[in-house]
Design a protein around this ligand. Structure first.
Ligand SMILES: [Zn+2]
Length: 269
């Protein structure tokens, strides 16, 4: 046996797609078994003999690619799982398709391993039903093992809402993360944003409070936008002095809605 230097002689060398990293263990005859990294990101643990004989040249991905080519000729390309795989690659890599902007355009990619159909199929298997499609658990993460599952469209919509990030005060975090810093529940934060609140409002206005009216915004059609801070303060002053609200409305030339928003909603003044 040619174990030069205890087998350390081929460490760092390349055989096919494999780069020998270290001796993993010795086999029963005392010959080294190596830990190798494959160009595709996979690992392999071939024995010395099989490396030197040229029979170990990849982690198995070369074989998978050959199988894949053969299968393609046999018409497996017409199955749903194959279309799912192909569409996944397309939306991450082809800027000409409409949905690219939501995938490849956002930096979402398909891991090296899954660019071979056989590997993808080996990891994901068939979808459990025609209603299931591929879903990324972290919506900002790549298509890769560990971040993908089969899910129905309902489950996917749920996942999108819960992991969509909320950008406020120059930071982006999920509603759950914001919730732990603000004492407003994540469900409430999401519901407020869905109702059109700004992110900052959704995170800062205490639970149970109304949103303050948008005041003085140019072009706003809401009558609430016409009330000024001075009017709010005056309305409150008169209320504390026991002035009847109809009288205050007349004095200030505001509507009932504006009066009550001044009393109830303007918590920040
Ligand atoms: Zn490989």
């Amino acid at each position: 046996m040619n174990h030069v230097n205890g087998g350390l002689d081929i460490i760092g060398k390349k055989f096919g797609r494999l780069t020998v990293d270290s001796i993993f263990r010795k086999n029963t005859q005392g010959a080294p078994v190596y830990l190798c990294f494959c160009d595709c990101g996979g690992i392999a643990r071939p024995g010395r003999q099989s490396i030197l004989a040229g029979s170990s040249r990849s982690c198995g991905c070369i074989r998978a690619e050959m199988l894949s080519k053969r299968r393609r000729r046999h018409g497996l390309s017409d199955t749903r799982i194959h279309r799912i795989w192909k569409n996944m690659l397309t939306r991450c890599s082809n800027p000409k398709v409409e949905c690219f902007k939501n995938y490849g355009g956002r930096g979402i990619s398909v891991c090296e391993r899954w660019r071979v159909f056989e590997n993808f199929f080996a990891d994901m298997g068939q979808p459990p039903s025609p209603k299931h499609s591929i879903d990324r658990i972290d919506v900002n993460g790549d298509y890769r093992p560990g971040n993908c599952r089969w899910a129905t469209s309902k489950e996917q919509a749920q996942n999108k809402t819960t992991s969509r990030s909320v950008k406020a005060f120059g930071k982006a975090m999920t509603a759950t993360e914001w919730s732990s810093r603000t004492s407003i529940s994540s469900a409430r934060i999401r519901a407020r944003i869905a109702r059109g609140w700004s992110e900052e409002e959704a995170l800062t206005i205490p639970m149970g409070s109304f949103r303050k009216p948008r005041v003085g915004l140019q072009g706003s059609k809401s009558p609430l936008s016409k009330i000024t801070e001075a009017q709010v303060l005056q309305a409150r002053k008169e209320r504390s002095e026991g002035v009847h609200y109809l009288e205050t409305i007349k004095n200030l030339g505001i509507t009932r809605g504006q009066y009550w928003s001044a009393i109830l909603c303007w918590k920040h003044l």
